[in-house]
Design a protein around this ligand. Structure first.
Ligand code: SAM
Length: 284
C-alpha cells in the first residue's frame, strides 16, 4: 500500500489506458456524445477483452482501447453507452459496457493511473452524489452480485433516474436524502468498505467525514472527487486541494494518493484516503 500523496502524473496522456500494455498510438478518441451504439464481437473478430489491473474492470482492445465493465443487466444500456458482446465457445455470450472518462470522474481517475480505487467485486460502497446513476451503474458492475452500492442523491429529478437504474440492478440501494444528514438513512445503510464522494459542495469534506463516522469501517477507504471552483472559485486549485486534504485529516481520514483529472476534467482532483478514527472519541 502506498503511503504518499502523489503529484499528478497524468497530464497530457489523453486516454492512455494504464494497467494495460496499450501504446499511446492506440489511444481512443473519446467524446462526450459519441458513445451510443453497439459492437458485436463473435468468434474470430478483432475485439479482445483483457482484465485491467483494478479487479472488476476490463479493457476492450481493438483499433482503439476502451475501458469497460461487465454488464450486470445484459441487453441494457444505462445512459446510451456502447455495449460490446463477446461470444466464445467456453463462456457463451458476455456483454461489456463502455465507460467514458468524460462522463465519470472515477473512470477519468482510472485512466489517469490512480493506484487503488478500493472498489472491487464484493465491495460494499457508500456513494455520495449519485446523480442519475451514470458512474453508480459502473460501480454496480464492478462490485457485482456479491457487493452493494448505497447510492445517495438529494435531487428529486436525478433521484427519479437513479430509482429506475436501481430497479434493474439489485445491488444498488437508492437513497433520496441529503448526505449532510446520514442519520436519516441509518435504517438502510450497513457498514461499508469504501465511501466514494462526488457531491461538488463547499462542505464536501465535512459531508464525507460525517458519513465515515457513521458507516465506514475502521481502516476503510474514501475516494473523493474535488471540484476546486465549487469550494473556492477565487483560490488557485492547488491551494484548494491542499486545504481539502487538511479538512479530511481533521475527519480522521489520512490522505494517501492524489491526482488531477486532466485532460478529462479541468481543476478537479481525486483523493484517496484511509479512515482511522480515534476509537475513544465520539463523532457527531
Ligand atoms: C457532480 S454530480 C455527480 C455525478 C455522478 N457522481 C456521476 O458520475 O454520475 C453531483 C451530484 O451530487 C448531488 N448532491 C450535491 N449535494 C448533495 C447532498 N448534500 N446530498 C446528496 N446529494 C448531493 C447533486 O444533486 C448532483 O447530482
Amino acid at each position: 500500500m502506498s503511503r504518499f500523496i502523489r503529484p499528478n502524473r497524468s497530464r497530457g496522456q489523453r486516454g492512455a489506458i494504464r494497467g494495460s500494455s496499450q501504446s499511446r498510438s492506440a489511444v481512443p478518441k473519446w467524446g462526450r456524445g459519441t458513445d451510443k451504439g453497439r459492437f458485436n464481437a463473435k468468434g474470430g473478430s478483432k475485439i479482445l477483452i483483457e482484465p485491467h489491473r483494478h479487479p472488476g474492470i476490463y479493457i476492450a482492445k481493438s483499433k482503439e482501447d476502451l475501458l469497460v465493465t461487465k454488464n450486470m443487466v445484459t441487453g441494457e444500456s444505462v445512459y446510451g453507452e456502447k455495449r460490446i458482446t463477446i461470444e466464445d465457445n467456453l463462456d457463451g455470450k458476455t456483454e461489456y459496457r463502455v465507460w467514458n472518462p468524460f462522463r465519470s470522474k472515477l473512470a477519468a481517475a482510472i485512466l489517469g493511473g490512480i493506484d487503488r480505487i478500493h472498489i472491487a467485486p464484493g465491495s460494499k460502497v457508500l456513494y455520495l452524489g449519485a446523480a442519475s446513476g451514470t458512474t453508480v451503474s459502473h460501480v454496480s458492475d464492478i462490485v457485482g452480485p456479491n457487493g452493494l452500492v448505497f447510492a445517495v442523491e438529494f435531487s428529486q429529478r436525478s433521484g427519479r433516474d437513479l430509482l429506475n437504474v436501481a430497479k434493474k440492478r439489485t445491488n444498488i440501494i437508492p437513497i433520496i436524502e441529503d448526505a449532510r444528514h446520514p442519520q436519516k438513512y441509518r435504517m438502510i445503510v450497513s457498514m461499508v468498505d469504501t465511501i466514494f464522494a462526488d457531491v461538488a459542495q463547499p462542505d464536501q469534506a465535512r459531508i464525507v467525514g460525517i458519513n465515515a463516522h457513521y458507516y465506514l469501517k475502521h481502516r476503510g477507504y474514501v475516494v473523493i472527487s474535488i471540484k476546486a471552483n465549487c469550494i473556492d472559485s477565487t483560490a488557485q486549485p492547488e491551494a484548494v486541494f491542499a486545504e481539502e486534504l487538511m479538512k479530511l485529516q481533521r475527519e480522521m481520514i489520512r490522505p494517501q494518493e492524489q491526482l488531477t483529472l486532466e485532460p478529462y476534467e479541468r481543476d478537479h482532483a481525486v483523493v484517496v484516503g484511509i479512515y482511522r478514527p480515534d476509537r475513544k472519541q465520539k463523532y457527531d
